[in-house]
Each structure stands twice: as structure tokens, then as C-alpha cells.
Design a protein around this ligand. Structure first.
Ligand SMILES: Nc1nc2c(ncn2[C@@H]2O[C@H](COP(=O)(O)OP(=O)(O)OP(=O)(O)O)[C@@H](O)[C@H]2O)c(=O)[nH]1
Ligand SMILES: [Mg+2]
Length: 692
């Protein structure tokens, strides 16, 4: 394949609600443009884009896939993005790299949550979009009802075409601006009478929008002059670029109808990579702005990494400046290391085609780069530019991962998979020993485990994470701890009196030496401190670490021969174990601050759930437009599955962020459950260890 110049490149990301036909539209585009010789189908597992085992099994996309269509001498790079909410990281990656989005929605007469989200994210990230109303040949499909449902919330969505339907088949379309009807071969036909009124109404809207795009056109509009096709294109581009206009067209993916028209519109209407996209970065510590520019030194950003079973790791990149050729040595500015580029690929599903070079604006893949990861900048040695990293959503759900066999190997594989999905994280919780997998939803975490199975044949599963409880005391108690072993041979003797009370200077542990008159000799005092430091690792309630404990050693006894360090270490522990149960011990639990944003109609449901089901305290509530953000503080124990629960309470419309704020006392009524749980877990651990 030749090296395309940016004027002849269009980068499009297919985004939208799950199951509305993004992959099918991508397949249809590639089939119509003859990239593929057979129309790939999601339903029978022949899709070029949904090629992963898990995608075939579930019949949904779970990872962004790449393809292209050569149309009218233009190369359209296609990114097929999964619609399922758990994979939103891919949508963010795609929208960061692309120059426009095709939002695919079904012609079902409604505005789906995923369409709403897609439009909102395009607007936030300033990505121009075109709406493709898919499946117009499906039973009960209704193009105009769909447009009405969407434009009621998003007036920027305006059709530029209307499908002409006959007996459930799309036989042509009306180009609204020229008020001309065409058949599917683009031959002019008579305008269907039933569309006339609608077409003229929408045409007026479109003209007004073109008029508003710049002053010269506004004047022309008021003078009653017609716009030239070039002016209309200019006006459209301005409006599309600033998000004021999302043109809508209709078609059908299976069988492909109106897809050539979609390809035409992409080439004619959507911006090329040079026209709009600006990147922010740093050079020598100073902020810089970059635009797609072939004349400048090479700069590319890796926005996705995939592991191909045959080709190994592939870094998908977009060239922002200059050009890259195979054999080049480039600089990874993020890692501060050089990389030698072997073969450069253009990706189409699971296939790769090698190319000699790629230029600014284009998208391709490098394989087998040892030190390059998602979000890295690769550049010419002289450029030393780092493009600002893509801001991926932070994980909102954490579950523990377990494996019946070879757990370490499973974890290593999961760690490797982090680079493929930057919203997925693996880390060990030191306090509980759990290996936690975090992400955007339970399905994502389960799919990761499933992928491990597909890759290395080992089973794994997720379960509720252990809560890293702490223990502390509310009361004061003193106790003697005496360790005496004096029957035959060298003896051991240590005897201490320690007072335990809440309130350590550092919030964790404080040791006070209040010995007078050498009751415990100076050289054994550190042993008492050591014994206590060891003891507080395991509290007396359920073995959780003890916090906020002040320990005052105020008396003791020693033996001139048998007193040894170890004896005082043990004596200190005995004193701790004796005193703490009498000092009103209690559990502390992690409290998180959660900011929940929902459409305001869900506010009542959310508040009721947080206060009655999650022991939450409402801190703040703020309504902006149609959305309300509620800030609450609640224990982690009630929150770790909130991502799933919030989604089901709000039909997927709610989102939230959470951050740790402090530890707080657990109400006594929950103690029994925590203690029983700890016992059960200890037994499970022992059984698992025996199994490994
Ligand atoms: N009848 C009909 N079915 C379609 C059409 N487009 C897609 N479908 C079907 O809709 C289902 C979902 O299609 P996909 O292409 O996988 O949808 P998607 O948007 O990629 O879904 P995710 O990847 O899960 O977000 C499949 O069963 C397709 O065959 C269409 O134009 N007409
Ligand atoms: Mg798909």
C-alpha cells in the first residue's frame, strides 16, 4: 500500500451503543470498498473486526479493532470501538486519535444511552461526528422517529439525507440540501411526495446553519442569495468542527445499503487530519501545540496496544508530524529510550499488511518494540516532543482475582494485559494479600480472566475483595505480660506492665518508656517496643492490624541471668493480648468519597440507596442543567460493586468517581460478621495454599 498524504486520509471511529451495528457497518464499509472480498458477519463469527475468541463467543466487540477502506483515492482508517460501557477506555483512545466519529444508532425510534454518551463524549473531546442511522430495512425501523427522538435532546443532529423506502427496502435517498432524490446508483429519480414537506423543512434548518457559520455567509443568506456547493461544504465543516452540527444519514449494514453513500460522505464532509485536530505536548519542559504536519520532524503517539497471537505485541500509533519509515531509529520520548522500527504495518482485523512508510495523519502499527507502551510518544531523535497522554477513565470497580492453579502465572499474564486496556489495573493489596483487578465494570474483569484462559489455558475468577479493616481500641486497659521458662538449662524471663490507650502521635503506634528505677533494664526496653510492634500486626478481634495505639511501659521485673531480649519481646506480646480485649476494641474501615453524577430524575433513587443501603452520608448535591452530582462518604465495604449497581439503577446513565478519605469506626453490630468472615477467609487461604 502506498504512503497516503493527509489530504487523502480520513480517520473515523465508529462509536455508539452496544449492538447497534458498528462492527457490521465497518464490515460493510470494507466490503463495499473491496478491502475484503466477503462481507464479514458478527452473527456467524466471520467478522474481520470481531476476530478475538471471546468476541466470537459473545458476539460483541470487546476491543477496538482496525481496518481501512480505500474510496475515491482516499484512505479511510476505520476504528471499530466496542459499545459496551466497560470498554469505554477504547472509545477515549479512539476519539483521541481520530479526526471524526461515526456514531452508529439503530433506526429504532429512540435515543439510546450509548448514543447519548457518544454524542456527549464527542462534544467534550471536540470530535466532529456524523450520525449513521443503521438498519433502516429492519422491521419497524423508522428513520425520522429516530431523528426526532435524538434531536429532541440534541438539536445539533440534523439529517442531510432521507432514505426512500419501498416495501421495507431502501431504494434511494433524498439529498436534502439540493432537494433531489437519487436511487442507490446515484441516478436522479422523482422526489417521493410524502417526503417533500419534511425535506423542505429540514433544508431551511440546514441553510440557517450554513449561514451562521461565518459573517460572509450570513450576509449572503439575508440577501436571499443561494450558497455555492463550496460555501455549503465550508459552512458544514465549520459547524461540524465546532460541534454545532452532527449530520445524519441512513443506511443498512446487513445487507449493505447506502454504505457507498456513507463512504462518499466521509470523504466529502468529514475533515482530513490536518484540518482540525490539535495536540498538546511538551518540549524541553515547555508546553507546545502540534498539528498534523508532514514537513516537521517525525512525532507519533501510541494510542492502543494489542497482543497478536502471531505477530506479538503491536503498538497502534497515529503519525502527527513528519513520516516514519521501516528501519528508522526513533526516540521514545516518554520512556527516554531509542527504538528501532522494524516493519510498519497497516492493520485490518487480525491481518497486517506491511508498508514502507506512513506519513502525518495516518494510523499504523509497530510490532515488537520492547520499550514502547500505550500513550508513549515516538519521535525523531531531534524533536524530543512528548504528546500529552490520553486521559483514560479511572477504575471504578475492584475485585480480587483467584486461580485454582498457578496463581502467580495467571497474575503475570493479567499484568501483561494492562497495556492493552489502560483502564484495567492489577495490584496486590499488601494488607489483605488480595491481588486486585480493577476496571470499569464486572464484565470487563471477567473477560480479562477469560482471556487469560484463552492465552495460557489457566482458569481464574473474581470474587469480592477483602476489606482492609484495621483494629483499634476505644478504652484504656493495662496488663502484665510475663514470660517465664526456668525449668532446666538456660532460662528465659521477662515481665512487663503496659498501659494501652487510644491516640498515637502518628495515628499508628506510639511507645512510651515510663520505667523508673530500672524495673526493666534499659537494654531490654527496645525488645518491649519490638514485641509490641510485632503484636500490633494482628489485632485481637480478627487479626487485622491495630492502629492509633499508645503503649506505655510503666513497670516490670527482670532476672539477672535469664532475662533475654526474646523474653521481653514475648512478654510485651502477652501484655498486649491480655489488655486489648479489655480496652473496648473495635474495627476501623476505609471510607471513600464518592461523586455520583446522574440525570436529575434519578436523584431520589440514588439518595435513598446511598443512605439506606450503603451507610452513606450525603455531603453535597449540585444540579447543573439536567444532571445532578451528589457527593457522599460511604464505607468501601458497601461500595466495591457500586459500578454495577449504579448502572442498573440508572439504566447506564450514572457515573461516579471515588477516592479514599480516611478510616472510621465500624458500628459494633457489624463486628460479628467481620470476625466470621475473617475466619472463613483464613480457612480458604489455608486450603488454597495447600492446593497450589
Ligand atoms: N437486520 C439488521 N441487523 C443488523 C444490522 N446491522 C447490525 N445488525 C445486527 O445487529 C447485531 C449487532 O451488530 P454489531 O455490528 O455486532 O453491533 P456493534 O455495534 O458492533 O456491537 P458492540 O460491538 O457490542 O458494541 C448483530 O446481530 C448484527 O447482525 C442491519 O443493518 N440490519
Ligand atoms: Mg462491535
Amino acid at each position: 500500500m502506498k504512503d497516503y498524504s493527509y489530504e487523502f486520509i480520513r480517520n473515523v471511529a465508529l462509536i455508539g451503543h452496544s449492538g447497534e451495528g458498528k462492527t457490521s457497518v465497518a464490515e460493510a464499509m470494507m466490503f463495499e470498498a473491496k478491502t475484503t472480498t466477503r462481507l464479514g458477519k458478527v452473527d456467524d463469527g466471520t467478522s474481520t473486526m470481531d476476530y478475538d475468541d471471546e468476541e466470537i463467543r459473545r458476539k460483541i466487540s470487546i476491543s477496538m479493532a482496525f481496518g481501512y477502506a480505500i474510496h475515491k483515492n482516499n484512505k479511510i482508517n476505520i476504528m471499530d470501538v466496542p459499545g459496551f460501557f466497560d470498554f469505554e477506555g477504547d472509545m477515549i483512545a479512539a476519539l483521541s486519535a481520530t479526526d471524526s466519529a461515526i456514531i452508529v444508532t439503530q433506526a429504532s425510534g429512540s435515543l439510546t444511552v450509548g448514543t447519548e454518551r457518544a454524542i456527549d463524549v464527542c462534544s467534550e473531546m471536540k470530535v466532529p461526528a456524523l450520525l449513521f442511522v443503521n438498519g433502516v430495512e429492519k422491521e419497524n425501523a423508522d428513520f425520522f422517529a429516530t431523528i426526532d427522538a435524538i434531536s429532541a435532546n440534541y438539536p445539533s443532529v440534523i439529517p442531510i439525507e432521507a432514505p426512500i423506502m419501498k416495501g421495507g427496502k431502501m431504494v434511494g435517498y433524498v439529498d436534502i440540501l439540493s432537494a433531489t432524490a437519487y436511487d442507490l446508483t446515484k441516478k436522479k429519480i422523482d422526489m417521493p411526495a410524502d417526503l417533500e414537506g419534511k425535506v423542505s423543512q429540514i433544508k431551511d434548518k440546514l441553510m440557517e446553519m450554513v449561514a451562521e457559520s461565518d459573517e460572509e455567509l450570513t450576509l449572503k443568506f439575508f440577501d436571499g442569495e443561494e450558497f455555492t456547493p463550496e460555501e455549503i461544504r465550508r459552512g458544514f465543516l465549520v459547524a461540524i468542527d465546532n460541534g454545532a452540527f452532527i449530520p445524519a444519514i441512513a443506511g443498512n449494514a446487513t445487507p449493505p445499503v447506502g454504505i457507498v453513500n456513507l463512504l462518499d460522505r466521509i470523504v466529502d464532509l468529514l475533515p482530513n487530519p490536518e484540518q482540525i485536530h490539535e495536540y498538546k505536548g511538551t518540549k524541553d519542559g515547555a508546553a507546545v501545540e502540534l498539528k498534523v504536519d508532514p514537513s516537521k520532524p517525525f512525532v507519533a503517539q501510541v494510542f492502543k496496544s494489542v497482543v497478536d497471537p502471531y505477530a506479538g505485541k503491536m503498538n497502534i500509533f497515529k503519525v502527527i508530524q513528519g513520516k516514519v519509515s521501516s528501519g528508522d531509529t526513533v526516540w521514545n520520548a516518554t520512556q527516554g529510550k531509542p527504538e528501532r522500527i522494524g516493519t510498519i504495518y497497516v492493520v485490518c482485523g487480525k491481518k497486517q499488511e506491511s508498508v514502507a512508510s506512513l506519513s502525518a495523519g495516518d494510523i499504523g502499527a509497530f510490532s515488537k518494540l520492547a520499550n514502547t507502551f500505550t500513550n508513549d510518544t515516538l519521535c525523531d531523535q531531534s524533536a524530543k516532543i512528548t504528546v500529552d497522554p490520553i486521559k483514560f477513565p479511572s477504575p471504578v470497580i475492584s475485585l480480587a482475582v483467584t486461580a485454582p492453579k498457578d496463581e502467580e502465572k495467571v497474575i503475570q499474564q493479567l499484568i501483561k494485559m494492562q497495556d492493552e486496556d489502560p483502564t484495567f489495573k492489577v495490584e496486590k493489596n499488601i494488607e489483605t494479600g488480595d491481588v486486585l483487578v480493577s476496571g470499569l465494570g464486572e464484565a470487563q474483569l471477567d473477560i480479562m480472566c477469560r482471556k487469560v484462559k484463552n492465552k495460557i489455558g489457566l482458569d481464574s475468577a473474581t470474587r469480592a475483595p477483602r476489606i482492609p479493616y484495621h483494629e483499634t481500641i476505644n478504652g484504656v486497659a493495662s496488663a502484665e505480660g510475663k514470660h517465664k521458662k526456668q525449668n532446666g538449662g538456660a532460662g528465659q524471663f521477662g515481665d512487663v506492665f503496659i498501659k494501652f490507650e487510644p491516640g498515637a502521635a502518628d495515628g499508628y503506634y506510639e511507645f512510651v518508656d515510663a520505667i523508673v528505677g530500672g524495673a526493666v533494664p534499659n537494654n531490654f526496653i527496645p525488645a518491649v517496643d519490638k514485641g509490641l510492634r510485632e503484636a500490633i500486626q494482628h489485632g485481637v478481634l480478627a487479626g487485622y492490624p491495630v492502629y492509633n495505639l499508645k503503649c506505655t511501659l510503666y513497670d516490670g521485673k527482670y532476672h539477672p541471668v535469664d532475662s533475654k531480649e526474646i523474653a521481653f519481646v514475648t512478654a510485651a506480646r502477652l501484655s498486649f493480648q491480655e489488655a486489648l480485649p479489655k480496652a473496648n476494641p473495635c474495627f476501623l474501615e476505609p471510607i471513600y468519597k464518592v461523586a455520583i453524577t446522574v440525570p436529575t430524575e434519578f436523584q431520589g433513587t440514588i439518595l435513598a440507596d446511598v443512605t439506606s443501603q450503603r451507610r452513606g452520608q450525603i455531603m453535597d448535591s449540585l444540579t447543573t442543567g439536567k444532571k445532578t452530582t451528589i457527593t457522599v462518604e460511604a464505607p468501601f465495604a458497601e461500595l466495591y460493586r457500586y459500578a454495577t449497581d449504579l448502572r442498573s439503577m440508572t439504566q447506564g446513565k450514572g457515573r461516579f468517581t471515588m477516592e479514599f478519605v480516611r478510616y472510621d469506626v465500624v458500628p459494633q453490630m457489624y463486628n460479628k460478621g467481620i470476625i466470621e468472615d475473617a475466619k472463613k477467609r483464613a480457612e480458604e487461604d489455608a486450603a488454597r495454599k495447600a492446593n497450589q
